[in-house]
Design a protein around this ligand. Structure first.
Ligand code: OAD
Length: 308
């Protein structure tokens, strides 16, 4: 699939961008596809082909800023250039943060994998955590012994602690036929604050509400008023690399339209649309977000090359 753009669409988009002051971006897994992370609904499922260790250590975070792609950098630069730009990301991969997207202009609708929180909602414990695996018991078992055995788990733990790694091949735990060790609650991390409950990843699981503070911040942006009390318009929403199937995230497209926003879609497959569909006058740019987004934002951001 090519990532070329119709010149007159590009020009009309640039002209509107130049007049825009309040912009939203709704980001999905397609933004990170060019960084090597498979999308949710595309072939391959979530992150199975990626070595999670290259994402999940503090060293990697500092030493390998190469993972964010030019689109992450361009969006981060737009945020710095335009205080009225707010990004709503469904991605839990931490790549916008790595591209130094200003945190106050980045709302993580589905949380982040790099935070742990207490499973008890009444306990407010949260920590940033890049340890992979978060406890030795979750180390991927090697192929040298029965992975269901206690022995295998202890061995995995020993390997991790000695940083020896790699005795035998890692088992492919994405294969449902591969047995994995059975864990007890005692093997899993416990909350250091309330000391009773387990810790869990700081992501939104299906059936859970989106984080209250994030929803409030987005509502404040949507409902902003001018000094003399008139509702503020939203000029543009950019819908980038998302199938727009998951609500409430996808509903922000219609909320933005209701505030006057023009809609710009960047997707490998622009047939992926929210239930309300795309409309005449929406910009549909078909192709790789990593190529198209920097091009679309260039008049404001200039050339954005990753700062490696
Ligand atoms: P999906 O996997 O549903 O959609 C990814 C979209 O990106 C598709 O529309 C692809 O066509 C498009 N795409 C793929 N590669 C691309 C590329 N290089 N450039 C541009 N577009 C590309 O992922 P999301 O829409 O992010 O929720 O999924 C939304 C939510 O559903 C996720 O946040 C997750 C999932 O269940 C939670 O984890 C709560």
């Amino acid at each position: 699939m090519s990532s070329s753009m119709n010149q007159s669409d590009l020009e009309s988009f640039h002209s509107h961008l130049g007049q825009s002051k309040r912009i939203l971006a709704l980001l999905g897994a397609g933004l990170s596809a060019s960084s090597g992370l498979p999308t949710f609904r595309g072939a391959g499922g979530l992150w199975r082909t990626h070595d999670s260790i290259s994402l999940a250590t503090p060293e990697a975070f500092e030493e390998d800023p190469g993972l964010p792609n030019p689109a992450h950098y361009a969006l981060a630069e737009l945020a710095r250039k335009m205080p009225g730009f707010m990004t709503l990301s469904q991605n839990v991969d931490g790549l916008s943060q790595r591209a130094s997207h200003p945190p106050e202009q980045l709302q993580l609708l589905h949380g982040t994998l790099f935070e742990l929180k207490c499973t008890n909602e009444d306990c407010d414990y949260r920590e940033t955590n890049f340890t992979d695996p978060v406890v030795p018991a979750l180390e991927i078992p090697t192929g040298s012994m029965d992975p269901r055995s206690d022995e295998a788990r202890k061995e995995a733990s020993k390997q991790l602690q000695a940083q020896a790694g790699g005795k035998g091949e890692d088992l492919d735990i994405s294969d449902a036929n591969v047995p994995i060790p059975s864990l007890t609650a005692a093997d899993l991390p416990h909350c250091p604050k309330c000391k009773t409950n387990l810790l869990r990843p700081g992501v939104v699981w299906f059936g859970e509400a989106l984080p209250r503070d994030v929803l409030d911040t987005v509502d404040d942006f949507l409902e902003a008023r001018t000094e003399d009390g008139r509702p503020e318009k939203i000029d543009l929403i950019m819908v980038i690399g998302t199938s727009a199937q998951v609500t409430p995230a996808a509903s922000y497209i219609d909320f933005a339209r209701a505030k006057g926003a023009m809609v710009c879609v960047v997707n490998m497959d622009t047939n992926d649309a929210p239930s309300s569909g795309w409309r005449e006058g929406d910009w549909l740019f078909q192709g790789d977000a990593a190529i198209l987004v920097p091009e679309l934002l260039k008049p404001v951001t200039g050339d954005v090359t990753p700062k490696i």
